[in-house]
Design a protein around this ligand. Sequence first.
Ligand SMILES: Nc1ncnc2c1ncn2[C@@H]1O[C@H](COP(=O)(O)OP(=O)(O)OP(=O)(O)O)[C@@H](O)[C@H]1O
Ligand SMILES: [Mg+2]
Length: 624
Amino acid sequence: MRRHLLLLACLALAGIALWLSGVWLRGYHIAILTLAFLADYLTPEKYQAVTLDQAWHHWWQIGDGQRWNLYLHDSTLQHVTLAYAQFAGMVIILTGAFLFPWRTMKLRASTVHGSAHWANLKDARILLKDRGKKAAMQSQIPLGMYKGQQLVLKEKQIEEHVLIVGPSGKGKTAGIIAPGILSERGNRSLVIIDPKQELVRLTAGAVSQSMQIWLFAPTQPEHSHHYNPLTHISSMEEAEEFATCWVSNTGRSSDPFWDRNTELLITAVVLHLRDTEPNASFSRLADILTGSSFADIEALFEASPSVRAKKTAAAFLKNLKLNEKTAGGVMTDIAGRFFRLQNPKLAAVTATNDIDFNAMIEQPTAFYLSIPASAAERLQPLTACLLMQMFTAFVNRAEKEPQGQLPRGITCYLDEFANAGKIPQMAQKISMLRSTKVGLILAIQNYAQLDALYGSESKETILSNTTTHIVLPGTGQDEAEFYSRRIGTTTVIGQSMNKNAQQQSESWSQGQQEIGRRLIMPEEIRTMKKGEMLLLTDTIAPIKFRNIPYYQSQLIKRTNPQFQYPRVNEEHRTYEALTTPSENQQKEDSELAHEMLKESGAKQPSIILEREKCTYNRQTLSPD
Ligand SMILES: Nc1ncnc2c1ncn2[C@@H]1O[C@H](COP(=O)(O)OP(=O)(O)OP(=O)(O)O)[C@@H](O)[C@H]1O
Ligand SMILES: [Mg+2]
């Protein structure tokens, strides 16, 4: 397009130059007068009776002065001559352009070594922000700017899962997760892992305007909803799944015999409790498993009215009855795995249950899991169980729907996903969730985290089942190499120096040849500038875009009233909204806002300082 415009401009200029040369420069008058003759001759009213030969003869006979006079006093003739001059100029330039050896000047590479290329706007159109009324109702996670357009992740990409890879401090939370949550429209429910307890503060105020908020914060029982894993177990499979999850997150033994027996015993006790004490707190399970000898366990199952518990325990008891020492070893092992539940805060938040995963489908809900990094490892068994039970509940519910999809989509912002512990059969779960309208946005620091948790095979499945990958600067060598290879090779024209060793003297000649080159080298990925990110999906060419973090975007300024932590009435298990921030809260928030302002170097105070009050409503769910 630009080349065409340039060519047109050249043509116009050439025409004008030709005309000027004819009018003002005596030396070129012949050219212009020849054109004038043609113009004159071709005017229909004139010279109709004479031939071109006769007219030409007459034109040159009248003399130079008269010819010139004729031309200068006939404005129509001048205009027509100008048109002819332009036409002639155009023909000359076009012929020149056609004959000019463009190809030798700039070779266009073929695709012989590879055809990798960056996406153009046409390729990337499915990721450009939709506008209009309908689009305003949909969740579009803003990513940043690409070729002057706003790049977003739409529901389709979210439901096919997203993986964000980047080391600490490169913008996983501030650049993608926080802007994403702030852009939610209340049509989908959200699950948000908040590893630094910053997301609830930054986003819950805005989110609470369009959906109900749940908060599970085991380190802050005074604000936290209660979650009792036992309440979510009804079948034998669910009890087994829970036992596997708990054992996986409290350390696997080198000999599977120990783990198998531990899992059997946990499954049996869970089933016993579900059948005999449906309202049992989670710490009741811990009490039984940490405070019983092998003989106590034997007596418990002998007296248990639960047939399925008895059946499960029979296998365990049969294994261990013969060897007292081994039985003692298994009991000690189990006690160690439930020891951490003795913590009073943990016992408090797991005593009853007011989390109902199905309610998230009925009503738009944002469920924050506020798990501080310092307690993440200690809480891994609980967090992993919660996520596992939640995914199972979503998949089971979707299976009951005619389309196999949940009536309401759910977006899971799983920041620092690796800190959430090992979710059993995550590789299968992630592919099952794909078709249910549950989208996972997994943020990790590197692949080694997935490898350590799930092993290399499951890691590969997780990587291939997350269709969109976002790569941040500073990634490790393995990740940079992986993405460089995945983006592929392109063909470029390279310069080469050839040695001519003919005759006595040596000479060098310069040549051009096609060579293959990675579209982006691993070191170019690692050393991207802060704020630059790579986006890869399965259907479009790679995109390198400029990310806009929440603190530089208009989003937070527009939409973020302050969130008030709920106050829990322990006696009735109800939550009350606070209408005014407490003094401590105010102080803490203004300190945070001050720090953020200092960090960002912003001159204007941000909206975080200009609080709006927001109310907090939730329906209390009675324990099972
Ligand atoms: N409000 C703010 N103003 C200015 N800079 C900020 C603000 N919030 C975060 N940053 C900066 O943005 C960068 C990205 O922070 P972010 O918390 O998103 O990193 P991250 O990739 O999530 O890292 P981590 O794994 O440690 O959570 C950091 O350098 C941080 O200092
Ligand atoms: Mg973060």
